[in-house]
Ligand binder design. Structure first.
Ligand code: GDP
Ligand code: MG
Length: 164
């Protein structure tokens, strides 16, 4: 069966934006109560000759800091249990946060392949210096992208399918 890739990261780093860009038009929006549009959870994605199932572990995101960390731990555990590769998304604008480091530790200990992706690098010249601090997470080279401007996605996908 196809490899499973799970997107994990703090609220607001751009998980749903990235998910929707990669999912493209290929799946329909999941609707719950009429008038209420929920996040899409699964998508079938292809890149070059490879196909994989993408999961957005985000769903409804909490606001308070302690709830954020406990929910992130839950999401990371789901990703560790179900995914072949974990796409760990961070945000260059908010910079490296404590919760990022805690989840990175958890992912590192799992031994699962993790891709460290730094989002919102809308301008590679302007923001690249800020990307380097993410090396401190100790889970590999940070891959800069801008989900909303669709920058860096080809390099990210190349790095992703190398793990299949
Ligand atoms: P999630 O909570 O991780 O699912 O994050 P969302 O996908 O809902 O995005 C949170 C906010 O970040 C939204 O306002 C997005 O428009 C914005 N966003 C997502 N990707 C980018 C990006 O590449 N650059 C910038 N500047 N904003 C982005
Ligand atoms: Mg989301």
């Amino acid at each position: 069966s196809k490899p499973v890739v799970a997107v994990v990261g703090r609220p607001n780093v751009g998980k749903s934006t990235l998910f929707n860009v990669l999912a493209g038009e290929k799946i329909s929006i999941v609707k719950d109560t009429p008038g209420v549009t929920r996040d899409r959870i699964y998508a079938e994605v292809s890149w070059l000759d490879r196909e994989f199932t993408l999961i957005d572990t985000g769903g409804i995101e909490p606001e308070s800091k302690d709830v954020i960390l406990s929910q992130m731990r839950e999401q990371a555990q789901i990703a560790i249990d179900t995914a072949d590769v974990i796409l760990f998304l961070t945000d260059v604008r908010q910079g490296l946060q404590d919760a990022d480091a805690k989840v990175a530790d958890m992912l590192r200990r799992s031994g699962k392949p993790v891709l460290l992706v730094v989002n919102k690098v809308d301008n590679f010249d302007k923001f690249m210096a800020d990307v380097y601090e993410f090396y401190n997470l100790g889970i590999g080279d940070p891959i800069p992208i801008s989900a909303s401007s669709r920058l860096g996605l080809g390099d990210m996908l190349d790095a992703l399918i190398a793990h299949f």
